[in-house]
Design a protein around this ligand. Structure first.
Ligand SMILES: Nc1ncnc2c1ncn2[C@@H]1O[C@H](COP(=O)(O)OP(=O)(O)O)[C@@H](O)[C@H]1O
Ligand SMILES: [Mg+2]
Length: 270
């Protein structure tokens, strides 16, 4: 029997080569919000810092099979996944070993396609796979871009944000032209949004003018509860569902799902 369409997950890579812009927070909370509306979700922690793993309560000594083994072809998705405290949400954790993979892969055949190949099986029928990328545009991030259907870019409204963004968009275009023609930008989400910062409004206006509808309407406010949650090993959405940041991620998730429905209609019509 032919495999049904639904067995192919949507793969979204959360990318920005700058550190500290909200990639991990966005990955973890968006994934939690999607899981809460009954989507089956897998997070791949693809940053050697392993922050998504920590934020979901997977302690270092429980990270035996990780995204390192996955990307080197030493373990399958089914072997590497771990359950989290959130129903419907699994994770493949990361440790510092992953930084070695970046070097080990250089001499390997099809080095840009290692993650994509590892994700060709979908043993748990995931609806979404979210990849939390490291803060660089090296081979790990290229693997995440090749494996992805679309990228989600968290952007902090600060002075240098736009410079980094144009470099990132160029990289996405290069990957699209050479390695993954189906890649698209799902959207740009403004994170740690703070109107009191004098650059916020100016950067927001520039980004919205240039990227138009690609910028999500929902913005994620700067909110202390968001930064407290990871130390409790919980997504902010579980730690404090009613805080402003959690509410913003719920809105973002519904906006994302709305875009997904529009996209699948476009595909059907094509
Ligand atoms: N909306 C927010 N409000 C307050 N703090 C936040 C928010 N989003 C992220 N943070 C904090 O900012 C830091 C960087 O966020 P993180 O998601 O780890 O960024 P990245 O993965 O891009 O390095 C973390 O300490 C995180 O808890
Ligand atoms: Mg991170």
């Amino acid at each position: 029997m032919e495999k049904s369409q639904s067995t192919k997950p949507r793969v979204l890579s959360v990318v920005n080569q700058k550190g500290g812009v909200g990639k991990t927070t966005t990955t973890v909370n968006l994934a939690t919000a999607l899981a809460a509306v009954d989507k089956k979700v897998l997070i791949i922690d693809f940053d050697p810092q392993g922050n998504a793993s920590t934020g979901l309560g997977i302690s270092q000594n429980k990270r035996e099979i990780t995204s390192y083994e996955l990307v080197l072809g030493e373990a399958s998705v089914g072997k590497a996944i771990q359950k989290t405290a959130v129903p419907n949400l699994h994770i493949i954790p990361a440790t510092i070993d992953l930084s070695g993979a970046e070097i080990e892969m250089v001499t390997m055949a099809k080095r840009e396609f290692r993650l994509k190949e590892a994700l060709s099986e979908n043993p748990y029928n995931y609806d979404y796979i979210l990849i939390d990328c490291p803060p660089s545009l090296g081979l790990l991030t290229i693997n995440a871009l090749v494996a992805a259907d679309a990228v989600l870019i968290p952007l902090q409204c600060e002075f240098y944000a736009l410079e980094g963004l144009s470099h990132l968009v160029k990289t996405v275009e290069l990957v699209k032209a050479n390695l993954n023609r189906d890649l698209s930008i799902h959207g740009i989400v403004l994170t740690m949004y703070d109107r009191r910062n004098k650059f916020t409004e100016q950067i927001e206006n520039d980004v919205r003018e240039y990227f138009g509808e690609k910028v999500y309407n929902s913005v994620i406010p700067r909110n202390i509860r968001m930064s407290e949650a990871p130390s409790h090993g919980k997504p902010a959405l579980i730690y404090d569902m009613n805080c402003a940041g959690s509410k913003a991620y719920i809105k973002l998730a519904s906006e994302l799902l709305k875009r997904e429905r529009a996209l699948s209609k476009e595909l059907e019509a094509a």
